[in-house]
Design a protein around this ligand. Structure first.
Ligand code: ADP
Ligand code: MG
Length: 702
């Protein structure tokens, strides 16, 4: 790929989407009327006839074969958070004569899958193990590794969602419906569809593959379970936007190229704050496609890193003491006529509409803080949130001083003291021009309004963005519906709109915070304001089964009660499994590496002592060291026994108590162990320490 460096810009237009069965290809390959009615189906969600599916399937197969793909798969996103695929060949026997290449509309639209081996939170038992995948025509099919991948949803035969995609798609319908009702009130007749747009900025680490393989904790758990700080951490701040190393540059270029072929445009790639950390910002797309593309991005990052002798770490906190990785989920709403509904307009009417959509988000986030927080709650993200590098585990909204001042003026009927003093009458006066707040560059807010979109920054780097987005879509749909109910009955639209906006500001302004979210004072202030504070996943996940939260998802047909409850169970279980695996890995590393390394070092000290003794030399230093390490080892051993015991005791607990036990007992013993291991590492001679250190890992890529 490196020979392409110079020709890359020329190739962009040629490469873009070459592996995608997109609108352009369909237009070329499908009969005109089929293409037209397919587009209508996409826009209006009307069902697709089998005849039409047959024709599309035939074209898809021909295109796939032309591009070297002889297999197809229904590509889906089970609740494991990664994607799943089962390859089927186009080749079928043709009588006695040989074989045919065939792919029917039925095969395109629906696939059977053994659901029993995917986590489902108890929604299905193994004797009714069949689930099915259903084509999601809103996301284009593509070729990856010579296989035609058809984006699908994954459901049980009773229709329950078993994946991350189904609720997301349901939430798109919910927000479209409610946003349309609002736009009708503002007199828009031309808008047929309103779609959330998402751009997910992805952070990741790259380390040397061989060193990665030598660390069982990175290999099995994705993060280091101990490790003394590297001499040079991120304190020098020279990595951020610094020159990109040659090997990383090669990786980034290949990644960009492969993504381009899949129709994913990366807007920017750069180094992050921490050493070995990088970021990719894609161009935003509709929420559904952005979700698929983010999954593909994560997959490709790992595959391509591997080809370059690197390992891509997507974990939220691979190394203690330096920044973790997140995913900034930029979210907005756009009409099919191209209008961004979170973009303040130029006319009084546009401004009023903008303010109402802004209010919808503020009300939604305030009313369902805990549900939004729960959508990013995992064992891994717990290590990152609140760590002075990422937003705390408290949801609040950043609006910037200017926009906040405008809202205050509206709330209090006072003149806005911006560039010109004026009273704001909604629907009559235009919003004063508010410059983008400079403090926007202060990245401490978990949910920040940035110009014409909101940026949800609590999402973890390894997470699928489906869950946070179906929550945002649903809760904003709920606000919009409540607004419509008031405004549809209104006899004086402008007056009632003004009152609605004022009331919403009054009730929900407690969620707005423009200060430093990392400060201790903010936590106290948030507590006073009554905001919900859930510092860890087991606490945060409880929100998933709170009545109000179940109700809002059920009302908008995004998740049934049963689906919410089963997802809760599943996420708690995943939390437990994650911590368990970490504890087991830590025990193994202590037994296989650390303890033997330490004992070997003690042996060499003991030998040195007896040698010096025989020569009548002073051996007090060796003796002090030997005593010190004897203590370290004994303490380590005691904690190791305790951890082993806890891993047995934990099984006597069930459900949420089990998760709490992992959090309160297992994780805290692991932390106590770490408190011994990290300083110990600094004392053991390099040639006697058998594991790669932070220094090795963070500065391994040149
Ligand atoms: P910022 O400077 O605020 O970080 P950028 O323009 O650099 O904003 O964009 C950051 C990310 O936000 C990119 O991934 C971009 O595609 C995405 N983004 C921009 N506009 C929108 C929008 N209207 N909806 C969703 N995402 C958007
Ligand atoms: Mg950003």
């Amino acid at each position: 790929m490196s020979e392409n460096k110079d020709s890359m810009p020329k190739n962009i237009t040629e490469l873009y989407g070459t592996n995608v069965f997109n609108g352009k290809v369909m237009k070329e390959m499908l009969p005109q009327e089929i293409f037209a009615s397919f587009k209508k189906t996409l826009l209006m969600g009307s069902p697709l006839s089998l005849d039409m599916a047959n024709i599309i399937a035939e074209a898809m197969k021909n295109w796939a074969i032309e591009n070297g793909a002889y297999h197809f798969t229904h590509w889906f996103q089970p609740m494991t958070g990664i994607t799943a695929e089962k390859h089927t060949s186009f080749i079928v026997p043709d009588g006695d004569h040989g074989v045919l290449l065939s792919f029917s509309g039925k095969e395109l639209v629906k696939g059977e899958s053994d659901a029993s081996s995917f986590p489902n939170g108890g929604l299905r038992t193994t004797f009714e193990a069949r689930g099915y995948t259903a084509w999601d025509a809103t996301s284009y099919a593509f070729i990856k590794d010579n296989v035609l991948c058809i984006p699908t949803m994954f459901c049980s035969y009773a229709g329950e969602a078993l994946d991350k995609k189904t609720p997301l798609i349901r939430s798109l319908e919910a927000i479209d419906k409610q946003a349309q009702r609002i736009l009708k009130l503002f007199g828009h007749k031309d808008v047929q569809k309103i779609i959330p747009t998402v751009g997910a900025e992805q952070e990741y680490f790259l380390v040397d593959k061989e060193l990665f393989l030598l660390r069982p904790d990175l290999l099995h758990c994705g993060r280091t379970l101990f490790g003394a700080k590297a001499l040079k951490g991120q304190d020098m701040e020279d990595h951020y936007y610094g020159a990109i190393k040659a090997k990383v540059l090669d990786f980034m270029q290949e990644l960009e190229e492969e993504l381009l072929k899949l129709g994913v445009l990366s807007k920017m790639q750069h180094n992050e704050v921490a050493p070995a950390q990088h970021e990719l910002a894609p161009l935003f797309e509709t929420a559904n496609i952005a979700t698929d593309h983010n999954q593909l991005t994560m997959e490709l990052m790992q595959d391509i890193a591997d080809k370059h002798g690197l390992a891509c770490l997507l974990h939220e906190k691979p190394f203690a003491g330096i920044n973790g990785s997140g995913k900034h989920n930029n979210w907005s709403l756009i009409t099919d006529t191209g209008h961004n509904l979170l973009d303040p307009g130029d006319t009084p009417q546009d401004n009023a509409q903008f303010l109402l959509f802004l209010m919808a988000v503020i009300k939604a986030v305030d009313s369902y803080q805990d549900l939004l927080r729960a959508s990013v709650a995992t064992a891994a993200n717990d290590h990152r949130l609140g760590g002075n590098e990422a937003p705390p585990a408290i949801i609040s909204i950043f609006l910037g001083n200017e926009l906040t001042a405008i809202l205050e003026a509206i709330e209090n009927d006072t003149p806005y003291c911006g560039d010109k003093k004026q009273k704001l009458e909604i629907g009559v006066s235009t919003l004063p021009h508010f410059p983008r707040d400079v403090t926007d560059r202060n990245r401490t807010s978990p949910f920040a309004f940035t110009n014409n979109k909101f940026e949800y920054r609590m999402v973890g780097s390894a997470l699928s963005i489906a869950h946070p987005n179906w929550i945002i879509n649903t809760i904003v749909a709920e606000s919009l519906e409540s607004f419509t109910e008031v405004l549809e009955k209104s006899t004086n639209f402008t007056e009632d709109l003004q009152k609605l906006i004022k009331d919403t500001i009054k009730t929900h302004k407690k969620i707005i915070f423009n200060g430093n979210n990392y400060s201790k004072e903010w936590e106290e202030e948030a507590q006073k304001r009554g905001l919900s504070i859930n510092k860890n996943a087991p606490d945060a996940l409880q929100a998933l089964i709170k009545e109000d939260n179940i109700a809002v998802l059920e009302k908008h047909h995004v998740l049934s009660r049963l689906e919410s409850e089963s997802r809760y169970g599943l996420l708690l279980k995943t939390y437990c499994k994650t911590v368990r695996l970490e504890a087991l890995t830590l025990l193994e590393m202590i037994k296989k590496n650390i303890l033997p390394d330490t004992l070997r070092y003690q042996k060499s000290l003991a030998e040195s002592i007896s040698l010096k003794k025989s020569l009548s030399l002073d051996f007090s230093l060796e003796e002090t060291l030997l005593l010190k390490f004897t203590h370290y080892s004994k303490d380590m051993y005691q904690l190791l026994l305790l951890l082993e015991e806890q891993l047995i005791t934990v099984n006597t607990h069930k459900n949420k108590e089990r998760a709490f036990y992992y959090r309160d007992s297992v994780l805290s013993t692991m932390e106590e162990l770490r408190a011994i291991l990290d300083p110990l590492e600094t004392w053991i001679p390099r040639d006697q320490w058998s594991l790669p250190t932070y220094e090795d890992l963070l500065y391994s890529v040149v």
